[in-house]
Design a protein around this ligand. Structure first.
Ligand code: FMN
Length: 301
């Protein structure tokens, strides 16, 4: 059975990608999974300097999902290269590094640092984080800023470039056209949805910043629709994600045209989820007598 998929010029041994922020810097998953069994692992979003993130609480469970307000906490690109890259270099799976910055220059600087590391297969730009120079608006909300950002990053690295989008996108067609023009090679869809939770006893918000990102099964039908519509407007390969917890969830994304799938919140519930999902997909293909997984990509349009 052939499970490998092409994501543009990048080949994945199978379509399962561990999503950023839910599998740490890789090593954290080692007791539960053989990372070499998957298409790719996506490292937690890195910025140039370490970032402390938001005050607690940072995770709040709701029906059918979680809200997170991690606030992009990370150790910074320097410590990542020193402490985690040696472990990752021994893996055979693809390594994607999710990156972000408070300014265009910061994105470019992170990309430039990571460009030097041959073992890193792709950079995934988290485009949903607030732009400090523009007073907190996310980069995807301002197309002029977005063009500057992607152009700058593209000039700084020859690596495979993925743009990670979320529901903050205002004009999908204009955004995707811009990303194509500026050399983005794939899309990850979707990031979490801005959402709210209250503590009724204390009559207060749960999170210090009030809103937080909703992920998990609650968002799956929304994410699936986003991917379905995007496949209709772009030729860029898409990594579909949002609420995938079972093999059937993952198959739905492939059937509407995603070429790979990201497993996020499910890793936090059961860190061996990705293996269960991969095995379930293989069983489905066997049951259907399908020998090449590419045959089901985009089958339901
Ligand atoms: C705790 C947590 C941390 C996350 N950190 C990042 C991050 O650093 N960068 C990013 O682009 N997405 C991040 N995400 C978003 C996930 O990668 C994924 O896009 C989203 O959660 C939807 O998928 P899911 O429903 O399978 O979790 C994070 C999600 C969670 C739950």
């Amino acid at each position: 059975m052939k499970l490998s998929v092409h994501l543009g010029r990048l080949m994945l041994q199978n379509p399962i990608v561990l999503a950023s922020g839910t599998c740490g810097y890789g090593r954290e998953m080692q007791p539960y999974l053989n990372l070499n069994d998957f298409g790719a692992i996506t490292v937690k979003g890195l910025s140039l300097l370490p970032c402390e993130g938001n005050p607690p609480p940072r995770i709040w469970e709701v029906r059918a999902g979680i809200l997170n307000s991690i606030g992009l906490e990370n150790k910074g690109v320097g410590r990542f290269l020193e402490e985690d890259l040696p472990f990752l270099e021994n893996l055979s799976t693809r390594i994607f590094v999710n990156i972000w910055g408070r300014t265009v220059d910061e994105y470019v600087a992170v990309a430039r640092e990571l460009d030097k590391i041959a073992r890193i297969d792709a950079l995934e730009l988290n485009l949903s984080c607030p732009n400090v120079e523009k007073g907190g608006a996310s980069f995807v909300a301002d197309l002029e800023e977005l063009r500057k950002l992607v152009r700058g990053v593209r000039a700084a690295t020859g690596k495979f470039l993925i743009a990670k989008l979320g529901p903050q996108v205002r004009d999908w067609e204009a955004t995707v056209t811009l990303l194509e023009e500026e050399g983005i090679e794939a899309l990850s869809v979707t990031n979490s949805f801005p959402a709210l939770a209250l503590d009724v006893e204390r009559m207060s918000f749960i999170f210090a910043l009030k809103t937080a990102g909703l992920s998990g099964p609650a968002i799956k039908p929304l994410a699936l629709r986003m991917v379905y519509e995007l496949v209709g407007i772009t030729g860029l390969p898409i990594i579909g994600m949002g609420g995938i917890t079972t093999a059937d969830d993952a198959l739905e994304f492939l059937l509407v045209g995603a070429r790979a799938v990201g497993i996020g919140t499910a890793n936090l519930v059961d860190p061996s989820s990705a293996m269960r999902i991969l095995e379930g997909m293989q069983q489905y293909l066997m049951r259907k007598g399908i020998t090449d997984i590419e045959e089901i990509i985009g089958r339901v349009r």
